[in-house]
Design a protein around this ligand. Structure first.
Ligand SMILES: Cc1ncc(C[n+]2csc(CCOP(=O)(O)OP(=O)(O)O)c2C)c(N)n1
Ligand SMILES: [Mg+2]
Length: 655
């Protein structure tokens, strides 16, 4: 007897409800509702090979509705991925099971993206689809030609990020992207109609998407919709009309199935309803075999692709880029030597643009962009042509005013591989994309955030544009390296470090205003230490002035005043806290000795500086919102001048 697609889908339903029941925690409704749609996708459409989960030309599948994590765990297991095992699934949501509450990209090879924050997965998928088109334009269809599939719920479509993401995807005509909408009309609070009455498909159509609907429980109808979506040159959304918790006879169709175990009685009733008599975590042999056969579909396609790769003239470069390795010859030495010969007083945003020239020339994998602040963020170099719907080979993306959309897309590009994304906005708007920065860090992805206008130093635009708490709040985030370089040399060093870090994002906080070149030695990347002695005390050391970015210049001038009064003063430039914290204790103690008065100067919140500058040290900064005025007036107003700081330091020293 041949196994029916209903039986295949019921295996997904059974594993999902049983795992949630065993954990007594989780979300059975979504996987049970979308089991038929997912079965059609994984058995007949998705290009993948469980024996080679990282095969570069696989289709990408993103479960944007991450709460339905059991859907992907069941699919990966059933199609033959080495992990998760059935034991992993039985240990769903328990410590050390790769079957975590929400899908985590670092836990399972078949999980392309960490999802859970609704809408982010879909927006991440846009970046994957962009990377695919860009690499297709670079390496050709014989090496790169795949789709990005997304399963999204009502929540993913309701979130604001959805608007940014689909606007970008529609504009760029990403026909390789297909969203499968779990149109079950239920969210946690109850019916979608409690809070929403919008015509979702009309909104997608208005954004240049192709739309199609199907009965999400009818395999033939699902297949019809998929074929239509695949054939259309626009990105597609397939509205799959489903019943949440399908198979649980007394609870299906209600929010009761959304986020809690069904209960033993209802699980038993579902077994009867679905005609599923197997014990929990047992899949009948014939159904198991049919799933395994579906998983084996891709092996021949993959080996044909491998043969093409071996024969391709692009092989070495393609493999290097997909491995995320910089070319062995990559070097900024010549650029740095030139700066030593011809020192520059420029804004660090300009310094970033300058160093991006040799970076972009040497690294064809960089994909730059800005959220409509290209001229302010200085993110575009001369050699970069725009990436457009007509020419995906371009290396610069005009993201529009979509900071969150940009950051999510960059995560998708990094996850896809083969490209290194960087993108700019004003530092103050890091808040707009903070959720995505967090996901870069959590997912351990190399994304470089170029955040300019990094303090009150931006001047007249005033408090709405002047970051105050942002630097510190970003430093709090695990696995994000926050850099605030003080001159043109440090900017180049910080860029190099950001590109070299393959296990997480970096953020460059850059000035609008010009800063003098204070570094005269480039024999070592001193920014790599996080903090270093830029100027040692001349007189006997009494004080150490610690500053970052634009305040290093102020610290140097303050030190001059102190030295003139006979107080020896070190100046420490501290471009990166995270890197400094990673240095050996002896190094850190040497830079911040306990026999000198420690003083921090940074045009941002002082909360946090206690870490390096405990009492009786002094902390100079900005603890309220900024103000609208020319830069000189602002620094004077907030007491961040050598004239204001030096007397306070001397008073403390004389106490
Ligand atoms: C940004 C964000 N806000 C809130 C939540 C909490 N949350 C998880 S699922 C959910 C409801 C989602 O509804 P829907 O997408 O329709 O999923 P379904 O109930 O149909 O499975 C909410 C509010 C979240 N995960 N992410
Ligand atoms: Mg729903």
């Amino acid at each position: 007897m041949t196994v029916t697609s209903k039986q295949l889908a019921n295996a997904v339903r059974a594993l999902s409800m049983d795992a949630v029941q065993a954990a007594n925690s989780g979300h059975p409704g979504m996987p049970m509702g979308m089991a038929d749609v997912a079965t059609e996708l994984f058995t007949n459409h998705l290009k993948f090979d469980p024996s080679q989960p990282r095969w570069a030309d696989r289709d990408r599948f993103v479960l944007s509705a991450g709460h339905g994590s059991m859907l992907i765990y069941a699919l990966l297991h059933l199609t033959g991925y080495a992990s998760p095992t059935i034991e992993d699934i039985a240990n769903f949501r328990k410590l050390h099971s790769p079957c975590a509450g929400h899908p985590e990209n670092f836990e399972l090879a078949g999980v392309e993206a960490t999802t859970g924050p609704l809408g982010s997965g879909l927006a991440t998928a846009v970046g994957m689809a962009i990377a695919e088109r860009h690499l297709n334009a670079t390496f050709g269809s014989e090496l790169v030609d795949h789709r990005t599939w997304v399963v999204a719920g009502d929540g993913c479509l309701m979130e604001g990020i959805n608007h940014e993401a689909i606007g970008l995807a529609g504009h760029l005509k990403l026909g390789n992207m297909i969203v499968l909408w779990d149109d079950n009309r239920i969210t946690i609070d109850g019916a979608v109609s409690l809070s929403s009455s919008e015509d979702v498909l009309a909104r997608y159509a208005a954004t240049n998407w192709h739309t199609v609907s199907c009965d999400g429980h009818d395999p033939a109808d699902i297949a019809r919709a998929f074929e239509e979506a695949k054939a259309d040159p626009r990105p597609s959304i397939v509205a799959c009309r489903t019943i949440i918790g399908y198979g649980a006879p007394n609870k299906q169709g209600t929010s009761a199935t959304h986020g809690s175990a069904l209960g033993t009685d209802e699980v038993a009733a579902a077994r009867t309803f679905l005609d599923w008599s197997a014990e929990p975590f047992v899949v009948p042999a014939d159904i198991k075999a049919a799933w395994a056969a579906a998983g084996a579909r891709g092996a021949s396609v993959r080996s044909a692709w491998e043969a093409r790769l071996v024969a391709s003239k692009h092989r070495a470069e393609f493999e290097r880029r997909m491995a995320g390795k910089l070319p062995a010859s990559f070097s900024l030495d010549a650029y740095l030597q030139d700066l030593i010969a011809h020192p520059q007083k420029v804004a660090t945003r300009k310094a970033s643009e300058m160093v991006l020239a040799p970076i972009n020339d040497q690294l064809p994998e960089t994909l730059g962009g800005s959220a409509d602040l290209t001229g302010s963020n200085n993110t575009k170099t001369k050699s970069q042509a725009p990436l457009t719907a007509d020419d995906y080979s371009g290396r610069y993306i005009y993201y529009g005013i979509r900071e969150f959309g940009m950051a999510c897309a960059m995560n998708g590009m990094a996850l896809h591989g083969g490209v290194i994304p960087y993108g700019g906005t004003f530092l103050v708007f890091s808040d707009y994309c903070r959720g995505a920065i967090r996901l870069s860090a959590l997912q351990q992805q190399r994304v470089v955030y170029v955040m300019t206008h990094d303090s009150i130093g931006l001047g007249e635009d005033g408090p709405t544009h002047q970051p105050v708490e942002h630097l510190m709040s970003l430093r709090v985030m695990p696995n994000l390296d926050v850099y605030r370089p003080c001159d043109v040399i440090e900017t180049a060093e910080c860029w190099a470090l950001s590109l070299e870090k393959t296990t997480g994002p970096s953020l460059l906080a850059l000035t609008r205003e010009a800063l003098p070149q204070v570094r005269t030695d480039v024999s070592e990347n001193l920014s790599a230490k996080g903090a270093y002695r830029l100027k040692p005390a001349t007189a006997a050391r009494k004080v150490v002035l610690i500053a970052s970015g634009s305040e290093v210049e102020i610290a140097l001038a303050t030190a001059e005043k102190l030295e003139a009064a006979g107080f020896g003063a070190d100046v420490v430039s501290m471009p990166c806290w995270e890197r400094f914290d990673a240095q050996p204790e002896a190094y850190r103690d040497g830079i911040l000795p306990d026999d000198a008065l420690l003083v921090s100067i940074e045009a941002g919140t002082t909360m946090g500086w206690e870490r390096y500058v405990p009492a009786p040290g002094l902390r100079f900064g900005v603890d309220g919102f900024g103000a609208s005025a020319p830069i000189e007036a602002l620094y004077a107003h907030f007491g961040l001048t050598p004239e204001a700081i030096a007397p306070k330091v001397m008073a403390a020293l004389q106490n």
